[in-house]
Each structure stands twice: as C-alpha cells, then as structure tokens.
Design a protein around this ligand. Structure first.
Ligand code: HEC
Length: 138
C-alpha cells in the first residue's frame, strides 16, 4: 500500500512538472482544429486558391514589411472566437508546425498584447493586401 501511494505521488509530481507546456501545445492544436482547421484543414493544406495553404507561405509573409500584422488581420484569424492570447498561441502554433522551413531565424512569437494591437483592424480585402505585401517585397 505504501509503495502504491509513493508511486502515485511520484506520478502526480511528474505530471505537474510536464503539464504546463503539454497543455499549451494541446490547447493550440485543439483551437486550431476547432476554429481554423475547418477551412485550412487539419494538415494546413487548405483548398487553394480559395483557402490558402498554411505551409511555408505564411512563414515567408511574416518577415515581409506589413506581413506580420496581415497574418493577424485576415478575417478568419481576426474574427475567431478566442482571446488575443489564444490567437497568438494558435498563430505561433501554425507557423511552427507548417511554416518552420521559411520562418526567419529572428522570428519573435506573437504575444496576446501584439495581437490586440492589430486584430481590431480586420482586412476588408485580404487578397488585395496580400498581393500588395508580396509585390512590395519582390
Ligand atoms: C471560413 C473559412 C476560414 C476559417 C475558419 C479560417 N480561415 Fe484563414 N483564411 C481563409 C481564407 C479564405 C483566406 C484567404 C484570405 C481571405 O479571403 O480571407 C485565409 C487566410 C489566412 C491566412 C493568410 C495566409 C496567406 O497565405 O495569405 C492566415 C495566416 C490564416 N488564414 C489563419 C487562420 C487562422 C489562425 C484561423 C483560425 C483562428 C483561420 N485562418 C480560420 C479561410 C478561413
């Protein structure tokens, strides 16, 4: 009995130690699947040309002038029913998962505070803005 209690305590301590990062990663994935994956698909491939892929391109756009706020201001992201902090977590998740190959070495993860500064300014014509950013960075 005593061994069992000790083993159980050990397990709890271990779980507590690994829980915070595990919860954040799981939370990001779950939120992505719930609020983004319906259009962008669970594997991020989307349905081009209507729904862009999240593979590689967002990583490139992020480091372009005007790109960082663009990624937050597209309607699907800006209007998602989640807090600024959660949207930051989901954007960081999708960039790390699908766009890590093109992400700048000095990429700084989004914070909820930063997301809050861009998010209210939802893009009325995201495709036009996207083309402007890409053209200006050619
Ligand atoms: C209803 C479908 C839909 C949902 C849900 C959706 N998106 Fe999108 N997303 C689009 C479409 C369509 C575009 C292309 C721009 C536009 O027309 O809005 C886009 C563009 C994007 C882009 C820019 C990609 C590029 O290459 O320009 C990002 C980043 C993005 N979405 C992130 C998200 C995130 C994060 C979520 C979830 C919080 C999400 N989207 C939910 C449809 C959706």
């Amino acid at each position: 009995m005593r061994t069992r209690v000790a083993a159980c305590c050990c397990c709890c301590l271990l779980l507590t130690a690994i829980a915070p990062s595990a919860v954040t990663a799981d939370k990001a994935e779950i939120k992505y699947l719930l609020y983004c994956g319906g259009c962008h698909l669970p594997d991020g491939t989307g349905a081009p040309p209507e729904v862009p892929t999240l593979h590689d391109v967002p990583g490139r756009i992020e480091s372009m002038k005007g790109g960082r706020d663009y990624l937050v201001r597209v309607p699907g992201a800006a209007q998602a029913p989640m807090t600024d902090a959660d949207l930051a977590v989901v954007l960081n998740y999708l960039l790390a998962r699908f766009s890590s190959a093109t992400l700048a070495d000095d990429f700084k993860p989004y914070t909820g505070k930063e997301v809050a500064t861009y998010r209210h300014d939802i893009l009325a014509d995201p495709l036009k803005r996207r083309a402007e950013i890409i053209d200006a960075n050619r």
